[in-house]
Design a protein around this ligand. Structure first.
Ligand SMILES: [Cu+2]
Length: 275
């Protein structure tokens, strides 16, 4: 038996490895399809979410094709050459055509996905429309605090020196506009089909403002205010979650989002006015 020939036990091991890889691949695929019917993305309730879902699906399909193709090739090669191959695999270096193919084809796919992702990113972080409803959000272990402007759209002056546990936004008590601003806890109300710009910050540690139904997720960072905007397009009650492990009570850090008509929103806001 020469060095290039393979022993029968070596061949059998290769075959079984190939069968195992194909079995895991098929089982993984079936589990994914079954699980995705139960635990897929929550119902979409914003306009921007459409393009987010599209790029998500494009990346998922591209990576799934690469994953399945590579593992199927590996499994089939092991079965075919593991069982019947009489010789060890040949090796060579510097096959320019093969190296160019497996470098350029994935690189091209990555560039296309990166460009598409940038388009989505640029849209998500573009300036909010001028008619957008504006709300401020402050994250603090383990609640979401929301501040709404006065009926004329103005926010009262704030200063960090006024900040306390009962005044998380640091509202200046000498500014009368602050009397008309409404502050709620874990209760975000939005108007259906009207863009909303949310100014997000935190006062203790990093949190992440997560609205799964709207495909919105933005870190809330102490000392920084980030604005993110979207357009809710379906009425209903949804969830705010914290998507950043922020302490022992992280799992309790959630609130409700209510999307309603302008009239219902106005009535609710009036009911929340400070006496
Ligand atoms: Cu948190």
């Amino acid at each position: 038996m020469s060095a290039l020939e393979r022993r029968p036990d070596e061949r059998r091991a290769g075959t079984w490895m190939g069968v195992l890889i194909l079995f895991i691949l098929a089982a993984g695929f079936v589990s994914f399809v079954v699980a995705a019917r139960i635990w897929w993305l929550p119902p979409l309730a914003s306009r921007q979410g459409v393009i987010t879902d599209q790029i998500f699906n494009a990346i998922l399909i591209a990576t799934a094709i690469a994953f399945v193709a590579v593992h199927a090739f590996l499994g089939i090669a092991l079965i075919r050459y593991g069982a019947h191959g009489e010789r060890r695999a040949a090796h060579w270096h510097e096959h320019l055509g093969a190296e160019l193919t497996w470098t350029l084809v994935p690189a091209f796919g990555l560039v296309v996905l990166a460009i598409l992702s940038e388009v989505v990113w640029a849209h998500v972080y573009s300036a909010p429309p001028r008619n957008a409803q504006v709300v401020e959000v402050v994250a603090r272990q383990f609640d979401w605090h929301v501040r709404y402007p006065a009926p004329d759209g103005r926010f009262g002056r704030t200063d960090p020196k006024f900040r306390s546990t009962s005044n998380l936004f640091g509202e200046d008590p000498s500014d009368p506009v602050n009397k008309q601003n409404v502050v709620t806890t874990n209760d975000l109300h939005l108007v259906v089909n009207r863009p909303v710009a949310v100014r997000i910050t935190a006062v203790d540690v990093i949190h992440s403002f997560f609205l799964p139904n709207f495909r919105v997720k933005q870190d809330a960072v102490p000392g920084r205010t980030v604005t993110i905007w979207f357009t809710p397009d379906r009425t209903g009650t949804y969830q705010i979650a914290c998507a950043q492990l922020c302490g022992a009570g992280h799992y309790t850090m959630r609130g409700n989002v209510t999307v309603e008509s302008q009239a219902a929103f106005d009535a609710w806001l009036r009911s929340q006015q400070k006496p």
